[in-house]
Design a protein around this ligand. Structure first.
Ligand code: IPE
Ligand code: IPE
Ligand code: MG
Length: 260
């Protein structure tokens, strides 16, 4: 497992290892064009293709896309069922290409809420790409950060019932392996399109030290150039993980001491 940002200092580089995205603004993109909201979702799938390719080429190893939240069931039934159909269609169409291009696909979230056909399709797509390692593409579907933490807690207690009587024995490293994205390092860069500056119950545990990037651009308009802008912004960040700037530039600190 990779290092936790609260237990240690993770390695960071010029290119984010893990990018996590809230793909927001599909509905508004469509409404602006006097189209039904669902047209925005359809267009959004094209943006997904471009961003998967862009991340692969940039050397990003993990890309996580928030596709449907635990709270999105609150939407009108016809929009929800359109989104489900779109999801099925996208998996059917894309899995072959993903498998060929070295992409490993995973879907995280409470999948038991989906119709059995979709669940089978997801498992099958995961199996077909399980040997790949170039880019780990994760779709968060019926996912919620609180659901993730609670189900991790339950799974941990199922495996270690003795911890129920030993609360002090529960620490981060005990719980973390049970989180839905335990296979991935914590996200380095979070991107939210569509102008809202909130996390909407996305990976709330994993975002502890992630750099948060917000753009007004709607998701269907978020292409390769926009992705580059986000990467450029990320390169300017100073990731301190609780330390001071001076500690990050030890040579500068030594010079000051010697001169003083
Ligand atoms: C994000 O776009 C896609 C999903 C939540 C599935 P929205 O549908 O939320 O678009 P806006 O925010 O209404 O414009
Ligand atoms: C967040 O978008 C969820 C996804 C993009 C899947 P929403 O559009 O549902 O978020 P809120 O409700 O505006 O916070
Ligand atoms: Mg929205």
């Amino acid at each position: 497992m990779s290092i936790s940002s609260t237990l240690g200092i993770p390695d960071t580089g010029i290119v984010p290892r893990h990018v996590a995205v809230i793909m927001d603004g599909n509905g508004r993109w469509a409404t602006r064009r006097r189209l039904p909201r669902v047209a925005g979702h359809a267009k959004g799938v094209e943006a997904v293709r471009a961003i998967v390719q862009g991340c692969g080429e940039a050397g990003v190893r993990y890309l996580t896309l928030f596709a449907f939240s635990s709270e999105n069931w609150r939407r009108p039934a016809d929009e929800v069922s359109y989104l489900m159909r779109l999801f099925i269609q996208a998996i059917q169409r894309e899995v072959g290409k993903l498998a060929e291009r070295g992409v490993r696909l995973r879907v995280v979230g409470e999948l038991s809420a989906f119709e059995p056909r979709l669940q089978d399709m997801i498992r099958d797509a995961e199996r077909r790409t399980a040997h790949n390692d170039l880019l780990h593409l994760t779709i968060a579907a019926n996912y919620g950060g609180r659901w993730d933490i609670l189900s991790a807690m339950r799974a941990m207690l199922r495996d270690h019932p003795e911890l129920a009587d030993d609360p002090a024995g529960i620490d981060e490293s005990r719980l973390a392996p049970y989180l839905a994205m335990a296979f991935a390092p914590e996200p380095d860069l979070f991107i939210r399109t569509g102008g809202e500056q909130r996390v909407s119950n996305f990976a709330i545990w994993q975002l502890a030290y992630t750099e948060l990037y917000f753009t007004d651009r709607y998701w269907p308009d978020f292409g390769r150039a926009a992705l580059e802008e986000a990467f450029a912004w990320y390169r300017q960040r100073e990731r301190r993980f609780g330390r001071t700037s001076a500690q990050l530039a030890p040579e500068a600190a030594i010079t000051v001491t010697q001169e003083g």
